[in-house]
Every structure is written in structure tokens, then in C-alpha cells.
Design a protein around this ligand. Sequence first.
Ligand code: NAP
Length: 283
Amino acid sequence: MTTILDGKQTANTLMTTLAQTVSDLRSQGVTPGLAVVLVGDDPASAIYVRNKQRRAESLGIRSIKETLPATTTQAALLDVIARLNQDPTVDGILVQLPLPPQIDADTVIEAIDPNKDVDGFHPVNVGRLWTHTPGVVASTPYGIMALLAHYGLDVTGMNAVIVGRSNIVGRPMAGLLLNHNATVTIAHSKTRDLAAVTRQADLLVVATGVPEFITADMVKPGAVVIDVGMDRNAAGKLVGDVDYASVAPIAGAITPVPGGVGPMTIAALMMQTVELAKRRVHA
Ligand code: NAP
């Protein structure tokens, strides 16, 4: 029997506990604050930002939205970040990507105070992850670890294969799995005989952006399969990077798309915002 790793339900459960933590913090005079900076009018980004804000508000987190026009200069954006860095009521700062072409994303990420960098993209937090010291971790891999933990899936000693090496998913996922004692392989578009590599995986995390790319012949029977992809297939339907219909019957556990990794990513953002706010209680 395949276990369906239900990210939606897990996120809802975790958020019920988190709402209580926020309420406790508020009674101690600390309202967690999350600032989301949106530059330009990319419709997908606007939806992501709205979802994050709604989730924050439903938990009692103060949500601060900074909307800037697509023509914003890098200097103007850096000014906004500097102001948020200084604001003691802001615990987490997130700049929604992608940014317009006149703005260099790396410069912007590096301008965020690492201790407010709730996306975990700042090189200081990347370094903390890879030196196994406390810091903020990218939301998607953090959410995946929370999902595995919720289902009691201990990755210790597992052969974990990650397909995809982006800064937001593949690389931080590798760091987290290593820190949790998995044996980690990162595959990518230059990997030779990918199927032979993925078939070794007890835990297979797929983040390629290629719709329904991983088929049953690439998966070890009984493997835990985590599908990060959010793609449109030829018919315009939202699908993952895993061919769910063929893989689900042979997997030991699998995330659906939608309703798997996506809700856990937002939940992770909220959890880490609250973690950052907790520091204010003792400040
Ligand atoms: P990305 O930056 O485009 O990276 C894709 C990675 O996949 C690259 O490392 C690439 O290899 C690798 N890849 C592409 N085609 C491949 C192939 N044929 N064989 C092996 N590897 C291949 O993508 P991303 O930002 O990590 O996102 C990946 C997917 O996850 C997308 O569908 C995205 O929408 C989704 N996503 C979902 C969430 C969520 O919350 N659910 C969050 C983030 C992303 P190279 O490095 O060699 O080019």
C-alpha cells in the first residue's frame, strides 16, 4: 500500500499548533512580522504573495506588503530593504523572485539582514546550512523535511537522490538531508544514465520543472518519492515532475501534485518566521 504524503492536511495540522505559538508570543507582546516585497506585476508572483499574506494573517502574523513598480531601480529596492532591516517589528523579509532585469537578485538577497532572511537564500544562511549550524533554510526543502517527519519517515542511512540542483530546492535539500544523515546524490541535466542513479534511491526528490519526467522504470519499488514540480502538461493541467499514475503504484510513499510539497512550502515560511520572532522575547 502506497502512503500518500498529504501536504495540505499536514500543513493544516502544523499551522494549528503554530497559531497557538503565535498567540502565546502575542500575549508576551511580540507579534511576528513578515515583510513581503513584490517588484513588478508578474501575475504568478502576485498570487504567491497573496497566498503567503493570507496564511500569515490567518495565523496572527503581521503581514507587511511592499509593492514596487516594475521600473523600480535597484537602489530604490535596496533602500526599502535597508528600512525593513532596521525595523524591529519585522522578523522576516522575503523578496519575491523573479525580479525585473534591471535588478540583480544576488545583490538584493545579500542586502537582506541574514537574521531576517526568511527565505534562507543569503550566502550566510547557505553557509550555516552547509556547516550544520543553526540558520534559516529555504522553505521548500524545510517543508519537505517537516512532511517526512510528520509521517515518521527517518532518512538516516537512506540513499537519497535529488534530481535538480537549483539554489532554492536541490542544493539546500541536499544540505538538509546530509544533516539528517542520509547518503546524498545530486543529479542534474548532465548526469549520465539518470535512471540508473534514480533507481538506487530509497528517497527520491525531484525538482526539474520537466512535467511528468520521472517514470516508474526510474524508481526503486518501495521508494519514498517527493515531487517538487509544479508544471503544466500539454493539456494545460497542473502536474508534477513525476508521472504520478505510473509511479504511485510502486512507490512506498509519494507526494501528490497539487497538495504535496506546495502547501508545506508556505507552512515552512510561516514556521521560520515565528522562529525568528521568538528571538525578540528574550532580546
Ligand atoms: P530550476 O532552477 O529550473 O532547476 C531545475 C533543475 O533540474 C536544474 O538543476 C536542471 O539541471 C535539472 N534538470 C532539468 N532538466 C533535467 C533533466 N532532463 N534531467 C536531469 N535534470 C534536469 O528549477 P527549480 O526552481 O528548482 O524548480 C523545479 C520545479 O519545482 C519547478 O517545477 C518549480 O515550479 C517547482 N517548485 C515548486 C515549489 C513548491 O513550493 N512546490 C517551490 C519551488 C519550485 P541543470 O542544473 O544541469 O540545468
